[in-house]
Structure formats: structure tokens, C-alpha cells
Write a protein that binds this ligand. Sequence first.
Ligand code: TEU
Length: 584
Amino acid sequence: THPEVWWKDAAVYQIYPISFFDSNGDGLGDLNGITGKLDYIKDLGIDVLWLSPIYKSPLADMGYDISDYRDIDPRYGTLPDWDSLLAGIHARGMKLMMDLVVNHTSDEHAWFLQSKSSKTNPKRDWYIWRPPRYDAAGNRHPPNNWKAVFQGSAWEYDSTTDEYYLHLFHYKQPDLNWENPDVRQAVWGLMRFWVDRGCDGFRMDVINLISKVDGLPDAPVTVPEDEYQDASPLFANGPRVHAYIEEMNREVLSQHDLITVGETPFTHSAGELAKYVLPANKELDMVFHFELVDLDSPRTARRTPFTHRPWKLSEFTQIVTRWQRFERAAGFWNAVFIENHDNGRAVSRWGNDSDAWRARSAKLLALLEVSLGGTQYVFQGQELGLRNFPRSWGIEEYKDVASQNWYHAMLEQRRRESGQNEVDMSDVLDGLAKKARDHARVPMQWDATAHAGFTTGTPWMRVNDDYPEWNAAAQAADAQSVHAFWTQALALRKAHDKVLIYGDFTPLALSDEKVFAYTRAYNRRRALVVLNFTVQDVVFVLPEDAGHGFRLVFGNYPITEGNIIEGSGSVALQGYEGRVYITD
Ligand code: TEU
């Protein structure tokens, strides 16, 4: 029931190109910069690179707003640069995934410029246009009450034709109209362009948003004091989404041996997401669900992207367990990730990023990741235990439009409600310090030279202050570093691939608030994983049926006689200690 295909065993490394490595001193990372670091990536134990978008773009949303799908943005290089990057990747036995962003384009894409030019333009119907609504006083309003992910209305008025267009994200990201078969053909065409050029797969941006509910009705009013309402139930997993992805599979994916992962936000239901993944449905290989990384978000009706609530380990354990065990028999396959370019750093959210515990807890999280079933994803800098930038940085250091719009929406709301110009924004800054997307987007920390060795020019974004100590060069020279640990952890996963990648998952303690422990089983072989998520020493008592004959193979403290267990018993763990045992 678990065919072992190459992409299931793969460890994927996500690159955020603008912040990876700058080869020409303009302060922006580029394709040649990535090519220069391929040995670093290969030596870590990586099989596949996923590049966040490098297509032509005004960068209103850092490249998730594409103005030409068939060209490279000059800031990142040229098509020939992409060809040499691909050649370097393939020469090292690795593969390349591109980011496919086709829910929306940039408003500077030629398709949209034509679409907005007149109501009779042949491309008019490639986007979602609607006339205004007028109230009794004759004031113009958007066609419905949907709120954009990046705040405000999801509709932008365009005076050229006196209509609004839909944009679920930024106003410079108009949504494509997937109902139109010509749009779908154009998408298949651009996918073939990259596959024919040699790319090995796609990460598909917000692919579960491409079919909107019929008639685009108002969303239910969940926050009465707000002008615009969360409409995600009306645009996520819409009526024809599976028909479109099946068509994509038939037209493009099934013709090649590709790796595909759909990004599927606003959906915590495994049953809903399984429809994209179950092999019988012939859609995608796997999806990124966000139930785990949404765990520390407040459960309020108003969607507050960058606010934080304390979380319990038992909640974390139960989410991981549910997905690890979900629809195994039917062939459901997980994408294992805890960081990406849209989240704060894992060690700052799920570990402990104090100087005393940072390295230890980053290694604990690495142990968790490599001992879960599914395809492995590592985000640039995760392998170094990079942490969020400090709370002391002001709002001007945040470059992401999502952070800026959120901060300013809250600022305006507070000024309006209080009638004061001076309002307290410290809680909003606390939330951003924990969860902003910017933390993952600061330049990669290569060495202790100026700007962390990322650029010889002026970096587009401030480098985190801790780079003189926390950088790749320092860690390469240190056998105890987080980087050395990740390299060993990925090698462990390969050495025990059957049990660690494919094994059945059984939790040992679903309601423990200190220790996350589980076994994995594949035929007769078993792995036992015990992870202490606290700073304290703890003794974890193994259940009777946990198994026998475990040998300690890997951990983030030195292995000594005392921490070997034979048969059942208990495991004494120090602060943030994690161990992997495997039977012979
Ligand atoms: O993200 C989808 C998405 O829903 C996130 O933007 C999420 O809502 C946000 O991080 C919460 O603050 C994808 C990309 O990964 C992201 O970088 C893009 O901005 C977005 O789509 C639009 O293309």
C-alpha cells in the first residue's frame, strides 16, 4: 500500500532566493548565488531544491506576484543562469522544484493589462470582474464583503471600466478566473515550458483557492464591527477545484515523473485535504497543511495573522499524530515541515531560543522532523538553528506587506477607536516578533564577515544581529553544531529509511505536557522516539507495549551507558533532550 517512489524518500530544501546568497553585490540574492552554494546543500543531505518564485515580478508580495511566467526577474538573473543552476543541481544528483503561483498574477502581467483595458477585451474574462454595489445614499461599495488576506476589501476598483476585480491577497495580485478554459490552457502551457526546460516538479501556491463559490455571495458576518469578513470557507476548496487539478494532472503532471506539493491554507480537515492527495484521485503527491503551524494562533472569529497564544504540548502531539496516522491504508502521504518563508523560525516558536537552550532545542526539533513519516522539507537557515530577529527591531525593519498592512490596520483601528494619535502598539509588535513572515526572510547567515557574508553590497533587508556567532562557516567547523546535527539527522533518516520514512506511527503518550514519545514500525523493525520539550529533567515511563530490544542510535546529548535501554522501562531525559532508538 506504500509504493516507494523517489519523492517519498526525498529531503527538500526550500530556498528564498532574494535572501540566500548575492553573487553580484547588489544586495539581493540571485540564481548564480544559489549555484555557488550547491555543494553546501548537497553536503547537508538534500535531494531536491524548491525555489520560491524567481519569475519577473514587481515584488509587491516578494515574487508571489508574477508579471511574466516565462522569464526570470533580472534581479535574480537570466534564463541561461537558470539553465546553469539546473545543470549544477542535476550534476549533483539533485532535483529542482519551481514555485507555481497561478491563483493570481501580478496586476502588471500582460494578461491583466489587457483584461482591464475594456469590458470587451478577449482577456476580460481571464480575471474576476464585477460591477460596484451602491447603497441608498448612492455610495459605491465592493461587490461583496470579502476580506483580503492582507487586510481590507478583497476587491479593487478600477476606473477604466468602472468595475472591481477580485484579489484574495494584495491588490497587485488579481485572481485568475479558472472557470475560463483558456486560463487553464495558459497555465498548462507555462507548466510545460518549465518541465520542458528541465524542472522536476512544482510547489503550488494556494492551489486550493482556485475555485470560488458560485455567485460570490457575501460571507457570513462573524465580526460585526468589521467592514469586511473572513470569506475563506467560500474560496477555499471550492466547487470545481478537484476538477481543475485532475485536469492539470491529466494534461501535464501524468506525462512526466514530477514531485508535486500543493499549498492548502485555511483547511485543517484532513478529510478535505486527502482529496488532493489520495492516489486514486490522480491529483497531487502531497499538500502542506497548516494545522500545526496555526496551533499558536488565537481561536477568535477575527483572523489575526500575527498574534500568538500559548500552546500545550498535548495539542501539538495530537495534531502530529492525527496527520501521521491519517488514511495510511488509502495511501495518504505527508509533507513534513515546521518552517517556511511565511512563518517565524521554529526554534523561536516551538523550541526555546534563549542562548542557553537554543542549540539544544533546535536539535530536538530536527529529531522530531526526521523521525516523522513523509517527504521532508527544510527551510534555509533551519539547519543552522536560526532564530527570529529581536523584539527590539522597530516596525520599519519589517519589509513584508502582510506585516506592514497588519500593523497599519491595527494602528488605524486604535486611533479611530480612541480618538488619540498616540496609541499603544506593543502587543502588535510582540505578535510580529513571534510570528511575522519577515523572520524567515532576513539574509542567510554564511559567515562572520560584514552582512553575514550574504552580500558585498547593502543587503535588501537587515541581517539578524547574532550572525557573528551563528553562521554556516562557524558551524561547519564545529562537530557539535546544529548544522552538524542536521547533517547526521538526515543521514540517519536515509540509513533507516524504511522505518523512519514509511513506518507506522503510534503515539505513546497523547496527553503528556512534557514529553512527546512515539514508535514507528515497519515489518519487524521498530523505532522509538522520545523528545523532552521542557528545560527540566524528566523521567518518561515507557508503556508496557512500547516494544523491546531498542538500541540508542542518535540523540542531542552524548550517548552514555546509562541512556541505553534494553527492553521496557523508563527513560531519563535532560532539558530538551531527544533520542531515537531502533531495534536491530
Ligand atoms: O501563502 C498563502 C497564505 O495563505 C499565507 O499568505 C498566509 O495566509 C499568511 O502567511 C498569513 O499571514 C502563499 C505564499 O506562501 C505567500 O508567501 C504568499 O504571500 C501568498 O501565498 C500569496 O501568493
